[in-house]
Design a protein around this ligand. Structure first.
Ligand code: G4P
Length: 531
């Protein structure tokens, strides 16, 4: 493979930022982009109403609500690296796409609010990262606000998430008393001064050796003494930085800072880029595919429908796993067995959507989809027929019974709901006894119900009513041949099947799941369904 392809791939770093809403994911993303020079004003990334720019404003629903339904990808260059940040929608627009995006990332940055510790949505996203064994880096944000004790925060991560931690730097105080961070490797202190500008490298960051008398003038004695004690404690008791464990997602390097004040970002980026790797080989049914020596290949991880209402087109987002993508060359769509050119390939560079001619392993491109791609599909160069491992189906958490209001439109209704399910926006289930007349829809994020209603009405002319169901947990029955009618302890548990006939159980709470497992020996219940 040509040398320039090798060097292009080796400088790629592709990661997702995971967090609970409001922990500071958007602010951190924005600061990364500012450092990369990809944007020059703060507030450019936010997808809120009336913001100067929202990366995706494709659907009416998004416009009405001022949020982005889709996750996007932002690319920028920094310090010789080409960085792809995969955005994982977090607020009301949390959906299965958020999980799927993690399938395209090589590592994850977990942002935690220092005053709150690990929160619910972080746990959910974390589970997917663990399933994939990707490196997870922790950024403990908002140190300029009163924070929980730093050891307590580490303990929280270790006990709630079950991952070991290794602090790379350590905070000195928090809130009004926040004085800076100690870099454990360099043994220097970077002092913090709050500055309220939105710009990049504007925060006053100065480095002092730990024994520099100047530092003693900035850090009060009590905080200095505390730092010395805590460093000693850390050196003696915390996990060593073991890169093998980091690479498997068993040990998380931890950083402290304040995204809003652009503090701790540069140090984070420096170590993060040092510790992460360029795209690694990916498993296919013919074994591992090397990103550098193999020609172009990619897999589809997201399909965005109806971006332009006038055209009703779809965009398939694919992660390039090997080689170089060249827009002029034919590619091979393994699932359909068709040779084709990917049309209108585009990439999002910070704020701009650009039509591109070439891209490399590690990059994500969005291509026009004439309706042939499905989530998990593999694209290769003609002559290569391997398939990448499929993308799992994730357990929805909200369920509704769908009632069609105009029975004359039965055909359109079935077509619409099946198509929307195929695109991966919703999952549909049926009760064992009922036919298509009784459809239960499950979604990961409640906004998908609105998307479903909107699309059925606008694209298929079908009015529906959604009746909320009390269930919050769904599990696939491990052995699909299990006779669910024979299971014990099934009062308040609903048995349904997916479109492929696989049996699933719906529960109102986690306790019920445990009871059913206890009373039915040998029963296996799965949270992800491998495709
Ligand atoms: P999210 O994407 O994870 O949901 O979080 P986002 O970055 O939008 O941040 C949530 C809120 O927390 C924002 O305030 C943001 O300014 C604030 N924030 C982020 N990082 C820090 C930090 O290091 N220190 C402090 N003190 N605050 C931080 P907001 O008032 O909700 O939004 P906005 O009106 O300021 O945009």
């Amino acid at each position: 493979m040509a040398d320039n392809i090798k060097s292009e791939i080796e400088k790629r770093r592709t990661f997702a930022i995971i967090s609970h809403p409001d922990a500071g994911k958007t602010t951190l993303t924005e600061k990364f982009l500012l450092y990369g020079g990809a944007i020059n004003t703060a507030g450019s990334v936010k997808g809120k109403a009336n913001s100067k720019y929202a990366v995706s404003d494709w659907m009416e629903i998004e416009k009405e609500r001022g949020i982005s339904v889709t996750s996007s990808v932002m690319q920028f260059n920094y310090d010789g690296f080409c960085i792809n940040i995969l955005d994982t929608p977090g607020h009301q627009d949390f959906s299965e796409d958020t999980y799927r995006t993690l399938m395209a990332a090589d590592s994850a940055v977990m942002v935690i609010d220092a005053s709150k510790g690990v929160e619910a949505q972080t746990i959910k996203l974390f589970k997917v990262c663990v399933m994939r064994h990707i490196p997870i880096f922790t950024f403990i944000n908002k140190m300029d606000r009163d924070a929980k004790d730093s050891f307590e925060l580490l303990d929280d991560i270790e006990t709630v998430l079950g991952i070991r931690t290794c602090p790379i730097n350590w905070p000195i105080g928090s809130g009004k008393e926040f004085k800076g961070i100690f870099d454990r490797k360099a043994k220097t202190v970077r002092t913090f001064e709050a500055v309220s500008t939105g710009g990049a490298k504007s925060a006053a960051e100065t480095d002092y050796a730990i024994d520099d008398p100047e530092l003693r003038k900035i850090v009060p004695d009590n905080l200095y003494d505390q730092l010395v004690d805590e460093i000693e404690l850390l050196d003696g008791a915390s996990d060593e930085l073991d890169m093998e464990k980091v690479s498997k997602g068993e040990l998380s390097p931890v950083f402290f800072g304040s995204a809003l004040n652009t503090f701790g970002i540069e140090i984070f980026l420096k170590y993060f880029l040092e510790m992460t790797s360029s795209p690694l080989p990916r498993m296919s049914d013919e074994g591992l595919i090397d990103p550098v020596s193999e020609p172009f290949s990619a897999f589809v991880f997201k399909i965005q429908a109806n971006m332009n209402k006038a055209h009703r087109d779809r965009i398939a987002f694919m992660r390039i796993c090997s080689g170089k993508f060249n827009a002029d060359k034919d590619v091979y769509h393994v699932q359909s067995g068709r040779k084709l050119k990917l049309s209108q390939p585009q990439q999002i560079m910070a704020q701009d959507r650009q039509v591109i001619q070439e891209a490399y392993a590690g990059d994500v491109i969005g291509v026009f989809d004439p309706g042939i791609f499905s989530i998990g599909d593999t694209i290769t160069m003609p002559g290569h027929k391997y398939e990448y491992e499929g993308i799992p189906t994730f357990a929805p958490e909200h369920f509704c019974r769908v009632i069609q209001l105009n029975s004359m439109k039965r055909k359109q209704f079935v077509k619409g709901i099946t198509q929307i399910a195929q695109e991966g926006a919703i999952q549909i289930f049926q009760e064992f006894s009922a036919g298509m007349s009784e459809i239960i829809v499950g979604v990961v994020g409640v906004l998908q119900f609105d998307v479903l209603k909107y699309r059925l009405e606008n694209e298929y002319g079908c009015e529906i009513r959604l009746e909320a169901l009390p269930y919050e947990y769904i599990r696939w029955v491990g052995d699909p041949s299990t006779d669910v009618t024979k299971l014990k302890r099934m009062n308040n548990v609903k048995a349904v099947k997916d479109m492929k006939g696989n049996p699933l159980l719906l529960f109102v709470n986690e306790w019920m799941i445990r009871m059913v497992l206890e009373d039915n020996e040998g029963l296996e219940l799965l949270e992800f369904k491998k495709n």
